[in-house]
Design a protein around this ligand. Structure first.
Ligand code: KMH
Ligand code: ZN
Length: 271
């Protein structure tokens, strides 16, 4: 089977140091967490950034500082900037990091409830605008889908020429408002995309490693990290993103999947 690409979502916009003190905020902390993940086997860093007090930001200057600090310690890793940011941010705010021409960026493919009263808004026109701007800059989109209908939206925009082949999907499973993180639903999602595309499973909370294990067995790829889950096992907080990546690597090795380097990941993703 193809080697396994591990994406580490080291920070996110929702988790805080109150949940796990190892969640990174400062530039130095973000570089430290990226290095721990890459040293353990991650090929892609899915990047959100924060102000020093933990406030999520999409500021291009803050992204530039974090990317430079990550590049110092992980020169080869693929950096995938978020264009999702945090719930409630404007499109202009969210799009700022693409002005830095990252190799990859997320393209969120639909609107969904996001727990409580939060709604993560991505209208069809927003998705088209983001896709066009990424394409113009040669940025590979990671098609982030929180439900099956978002796959259908991505496929529709692919047919209309806004999203190029080969497509890479990230199935975010278990958000309170999106598709559940069950084996049946993961099989459904993976069976709903074209055969020449690639996919990653991102299980939220306690579903992180069950979904990762399923993805490893099914030939998909894996996302782990604090954005989605802060526990190494029940009741045990992970001390770093590297610990979560190392656990995914252990499972992959037991199941016979090698781990892709960043160079191998670029090849697998057609970059
Ligand atoms: N923070 C979520 C509302 C992305 O990175 O593109 C959106 C998110 C998706 O994290
Ligand atoms: Zn994200």
């Amino acid at each position: 089977m193809e080697k396994l690409i591990i994406t580490a979502c080291i920070c996110g916009a929702e988790v805080t140091k109150e949940h796990n003190p190892a969640v990174p905020y400062t530039v130095a902390e973000i570089a430290r967490e990226a290095k721990s993940a890459v040293d353990a086997g991650a090929a892609i860093i899915h990047l959100h950034v924060r102000e020093d007090d933990g406030t999520p930001t999409q500021s291009a200057a803050r992204f530039a500082a974090c990317i430079a600090a990550i590049r110092e310690v992980c020169p080869d890793v693929i950096i995938q900037t978020s264009t999702g940011g945090a719930v409630g941010m404007s499109n202009e705010e969210r799009l700022q990091p693409i002005t830095l021409n990252p190799e990859m960026a997320t393209l969120d493919c639909g609107t969904c409830n996001f727990g409580g009263d939060d709604i993560f808004v991505n209208t069809e026109n927003t998705i088209i605008e983001f896709a066009r701007k990424m394409t113009a800059r040669g940025i590979k989109p990671e098609l982030e889908v929180f439900d099956k209908g978002m796959i259908d939206m991505a496929l529709r925009l692919h047919r209309r020429g806004y999203i190029a082949d080969p497509m890479h999907f990230d199935f975010v499973m278990g958000v309170n408002g999106g598709i559940a993180a069950t084996p049946r639903d993961l099989v459904f999602m993976a069976g709903s995309i074209p055969p020449n595309s690639t996919w990653t499973a991102a299980g939220v909370g306690r579903a992180q490693f069950p979904m990762a294990t399923m993805a490893i067995l099914m030939g998909g790829h894996v996302r782990v990290g604090f954005e989605d889950n802060i526990y190494l096992e029940k009741g045990v907080l992970a001390k770093s993103n590297g610990e979560l990546v190392a656990k995914a690597v252990r499972i992959a090795k037991e199941l016979g999947r090698g781990i892709a380097t960043p160079a191998e990941a670029r090849e697998i993703l057609g970059m």
